[in-house]
Ligand binder design. Sequence first.
Ligand code: KG4
Ligand code: ZN
Length: 348
Amino acid sequence: MPRIVMGIESSCDETGVGLVRLHDDGTVELLADAVASSVDQHARFGGVVPEVASRAHLEAMVPTVHRAFADAGLKLSDVDAIAVTAGPGLAGALLVGVSAAKAYSAALEVPLYGVNHLAGHIAVDTLQHGPLPAPCLALLVSGGHTQLLRVDDIASSITELGSTVDDAAGEAYDKVARLIDLPYPGGPPIDKAAADGDPAAIAFPRGMTGPRDAKFDFSFSGLKTAVARWVEAAERRGEPIPVSDVAASFQEAVADVLTAKAVRAAKESGIGTLVISGGVAANSRLSALAKQRCADAGIELRVPRPRLCTDNGAMIAALGAHVVAADRPQSSLDISANPALPVGTVSV
Ligand code: KG4
Ligand code: ZN
């Protein structure tokens, strides 16, 4: 069975290359996690520009592979299998990773596994906290996704319980940051500004929490609009914007809805473990509130460290190792990138 798995990630603005070792007992050990980000090149546009991201992947791919091997003290010939993000993500960006993975697979004569980016965000937690109990619940919150997932087997069985009907949670952070003149990406500066603000200063709406709303779906565009209206009104009155209070009140609304729905889903499904992952999982209020609400409900909470939560290659290597361990079929060399790969398809 393959032992050393290389993972390649290029679905958005991070070029990630991870190396892991699959042990006989099924545990997966992190050996290297090299990431090159093009985030600075997108900052002035307030969001990721696909063409710019694709070109940055092209330039960063081979150097990032070499850096991962140097960090791990391994040679290319030590690799036993290659996993790559096949989707979902930006088409052009995904293509760079898939093409690179195919080239390495053919040149090194090792099997290729095209895997799902979203499942990777969950699988990465096994690098820090060990094997996932089955079933477990995953709350995936990033710049592109906001989903509640039931995971019966990380290598083969993931079911969506709910998702956002409009903006992703991270997208809401990025848009709100713009409204209050904070830089892109908006998550970290809002998190920081909120530390000095009053989360109860402004009663922003909790989207999709009405009695007739889908229990496990999310909506953040109404919240973003509410923040925009509030800021506009204050500006019309000629008042300075209380950035910290707006940030804290907005952040409270996001964390409240995410944790309330996740805990409710866990309780209703009788699931005892919640994993929160994706870039927004790094948010201090989200993790604090999740910790408190999970403790109250008797649910075990697992949140990977921030470096593993944002896009990286280690998450793809980890998922690849679980797919290998489960003896799932390898991918053919003619797989294509699928920008809309459904979350239920763990490997292609
Ligand atoms: O998972 P990720 O790195 O990339 C995607 O797959 O989207 O997530 C990036 C998103 C951005 O929207 C960023 O604003 C958000 O994660 N983010 C945060 C924090 N750190 C990053 N949101 C809230 N609080 C944070 N501390
Ligand atoms: Zn992601």
